[in-house]
Design a protein. Sequence first.
Length: 609
Amino acid sequence: MRAIKKIVLLFLVFCGTKSVSQIYFSPDAYMYVKNEVLYAKQDINLAVNSNLYLRNNSQLVQGTTSVSTNTGLGKLSVYQEGTTDSYEYNYWCSPVGTPSSASGNENFGIKLLNRPTTSTAATPAAMLPWGTQNGTANPLGISTRWIYKLVNANNYSQWIHVGETNGLAAGEGFTMKGTSGTDALNPEGTGVTNNPGAAQRYDFRGKPNDGNITITLGASNSTLTGNPYPSALHLNAFLLDGSNTATGGVAYFWEQDKTVNSHFLAAYKGGYGTFSPVSDASNGLYVPATFNTYNGDGTVNHTGVSSGLAIERKYAPIGQGFVIFATANGTATFKNSHRVLYKEGGGLTQFQKISIKDPDVKDTDKKESNKTDEEEESNPVSYLRLNTIIDNAFTRQLALALVPEATDGVDYGIDALNMDGSLPNDVTFWLEGGSYTIQGVNFEVSKKIPLMVKVTTEATFKFYIPEIKNFDQSQPIYLYDNLDKTYHDIKNGFYQVTIAPGTYSDRFKIAFTSESLGTPDNVAKQFIIYEDNSNSVLKASNPNNLTIQSFKLYDILGKVVLSKKALGNDSDYAFSTSGLSYGIYIAEFLTNDNQKLTQKVFISNSGKN
């Protein structure tokens, strides 16, 4: 048995890539991985009493292309830190399940959480009963009262209490409140203690999750899920995967006011921040939560300030939970192809907590991954933020992404629905009859971006632009008020207006010029774009003989699937779509004066045999 241990350890020392086809741990064997990635092309078999320790931001990535075949009664051990506030929820998703000799992923329960005592040893966390509301740092105790899950639910009452049971399937997220006190134990000798008063360390121990993990979604229903693996999750890749369109391409993250020290629901202040990936290679765009307070039945009581948090979400760290607000009935599947090695503490990932700085993670550390496109880290989104202070009581923040792949309609993975429409006074983007907190547009100086303003009781609204990133800093930005046809500079000042009760979807707009520019609307409306499915041809009618410099056809993920240049000023155009898959596409014609003429088309190729 001792010889087998040495073989495992020597392999780790001399294998520079830390890559193996598959791993078998004999009984009582162990492997200690420090500040590295371990890649297993296939399965891992952890025999009884064997252990795989991931330390100092180490991660496990596997190459399985379908369901997990991991087996064994041994355990993987990996750390993550959550909040120290015993009144505040973190949203989690476990990277491990209950050890089992059966093949595949297993259920998780908080009994699998531990307090590290050395770099390899740990003691199980105490399960505190319902009547004990506050968790403790030392000894580590978790209040079972606050362990809930949310599965395909359409109202507050459908949260399911899990407690200390193993009632969490792989990919199911859970809520857990933090701890009080501190824990000065330094198990790794790195200078980072279990709980210095800033974050609480938990040791997840169990069978590592792997392979395809599927969750069920229902239109307009919410599901708490998260990163289910012992490695970082490329959240963009998961949300933009063509098989996961029921997610709407957006993830929502719980934020809670840390200054409220109460377990009573009526005292809570919290809300959901919104993340849109925009594209697979972009850094994405995050809008912080507007804090709400709540009545005892979970309904909104009144509103508070914006959290103001600026959190990077492109790579979800180990254990991070988030909510999917589904836009369609269906499923979403986490896959090993969505996994990356991106160390927490890098520029594009952050767990929902105050971070403990790992001395082995340098500020110069870059992404290490089985993804090789280094441009992923250097593709920031061009955007501006709009803040609206409402009645000097709270701030609603919106983000407008200025990206070439966006259309004037709803774009999957870019435009983010407003998950909570219950605020009595509110401002959102108004897009195809829906309320959005993030919108993407292909910038044109002539565009006006509609806002929806909802007023329950007369209120004062103060609009201004607090931030512009990766965009022309000299570009004027106005708020257009259609009531009196006036333009107000909100980039260098603010526009304050008192608004009577009502819903206004056509009064206020973001504008980039105080004059009307571009092709007249009546001319653009005569440019007709449509799909002739019986003949598998996309057609366009150009009765005013506009000069067209280019044509592009985008699929639902923003990929260009067809393009032509220098089309001239013909009165009619036709493009074969016979090789395209069933689905919704965006057709875009660009005129010589840079006017974009776009139309959604549905391609079914019904005329083909």
